[in-house]
Design a protein around this ligand. Structure first.
Ligand code: FMN
Length: 380
């Protein structure tokens, strides 16, 4: 496996620049969003409209970034969200991500379209894992999958509720890229811009074969993602109720975009909600998540944990989201860029950058602990 030093990368946008070593079509799959990418941009720019009101004279000589998620302590209020297709960035894919998350002491939420079997990922991990189950239309198949998830030690089920149909990602159309990704002559040609990537993609660990969950008896793998999606149905409240009946661990829904639906979700037995617009990758023109967060926090009123993802690129963004009521944040693209640029080291570096920036922000805003991050810390 090729290694590249990423220890000098200073921030997430520099890591994104390093990831441009990927063939353009692959970089675009990770970087791009839906349609005009309005939400993709707005997710980030909305954070710039929130300002700090630092507390003066607080004793911040020592800081504790740790927090708890569903009663489990994690080392900082930042987690790695589910990203499918990770093998596109680097063949170590979820194994590298799981190792880096474990090293950082935080959660990795594994996508249902992961490149390795969920048990293999669990074996590589040393930190807490969540799992995003692709739901089969055959209840028996889904039930068997949940059994595997539980046996492998995943603690939280994270159900995606925002992907009823395949999104319109125009960069992928322009690049003639389809999922499942196959080494077409066109991709091979783009791959010439990065022979290391091509070699890794073609010859890298083949443990991804027979990956992920089995649906309808078929062994789904990275390039069988399309089949996984076909087997998935739009998720409804009925599915959430079914999951609640069949999963005894914590249940989180990912893709909450309005407050007035939260009560019904909580009544269905949901323990946590992720305010997410899929990083602007599905429906364009959805509001930026940081603007949705307050209405969800207010609707939930402490009855469940509320998380957020989308456009989080700095430690300041994490602290702003916590001040507005999130329990913790998740990231997608930043760690995928880290994986592309430096493999496990790249993901570790991204987590280290966030840790340092969160610590720095807490010190400068007068917060010694995560509990000190209160609504009065920010203004819009
Ligand atoms: C390459 C890629 C693949 C993704 N795959 C999934 C997925 O399989 N399941 C899911 O719930 N979200 C998926 N997401 C969305 C992320 O979980 C997350 O919602 C989003 O990336 C957050 O925004 P950010 O990239 O600005 O941090 C994916 C995102 C990217 C960039």
């Amino acid at each position: 496996m090729f290694r590249r030093d990423v220890s000098d990368v200073l921030n997430t946008s520099e890591m994104r620049a390093r990831a441009r070593r990927l063939p353009k079509a692959i970089f675009d799959v990770i970087d791009g969003g839906a349609s005009d990418e309005i939400t993709l941009r707005a997710n980030q720019s909305a954070f710039q409209r929130i300002w700090f009101r630092p507390r003066a004279l607080a004793d911040v000589s020592t800081r504790d970034l740790s927090t708890t998620v569903f009663g489990e302590r994690i080392s900082m209020p930042l987690m790695l969200g589910p990203c499918g297709f990770a093998r596109m960035a680097r063949s170590e894919a979820e194994l590298a991500i799981a190792r880096a998350a474990g090293h950082a002491g935080t959660v990795f939420a594994v996508s249902g379209s992961a490149s390795y079997p969920l048990e293999t990922i669990a074996a590589a991990a040393s930190g807490p894992l969540w799992y995003q189950p692709p739901l089969s239309s055959d209840g028996k198949v889904s039930e068997a999958l949940l059994g595997r998830v539980e046996d492998a030690g995943y603690r939280v089920l994270c159900v995606l509720i925002d992907t009823a149909v395949n999104p319109k990602r125009e960069r992928d159309y322009r690049n003639h890229l389809s999922i499942p990704l196959e080494m077409s002559p066109r991709l091979l040609l783009t791959g010439l811009t990065n022979p290391m990537w091509t070699k890794d993609f073609l010859l890298g660990r083949v443990g991804h074969r027979g990956a992920a969950p089995r649906l309808g008896g078929a062994r789904t793998a990275y390039w069988n993602f399309a089949r996984t999606v076909r087997n998935m149905r739009p998720i409804t409240f009925k599915d959430v109720a079914w999951l609640r009946d069949h999963w005894s661990g914590k249940l989180v829904v990912k893709g909450v975009t309005r407050g007035d639906e939260c009560s019904r979700m909580l009544d269905a037995g949901v323990d946590g909600l992720i305010v997410s617009n899929h990083g602007g990758r599905n429906l364009d023109c959805i509001r930026p998540t940081i603007e949705i967060l307050p209405e969800v926090v207010s609707a939930v009123a402490g009855r469940a944990e509320v998380f957020i993802d989308g456009g989080i690129r700095r430690g300041t963004d994490v602290v702003k989201a916590l001040a507005l009521g999130a329990s913790a944040c998740l990231i997608g693209r930043p760690y995928m860029f880290g994986l592309a640029a430096g493999g496990e080291d790249g993901v570790r570096r991204i987590l280290e950058i966030f840790r340092n920036e969160i610590d720095h922000t807490m010190a400068l805003t007068g917060c010694a602990t995560v509990a000190d991050i209160s609504p009065s810390l920010v203004t819009t």
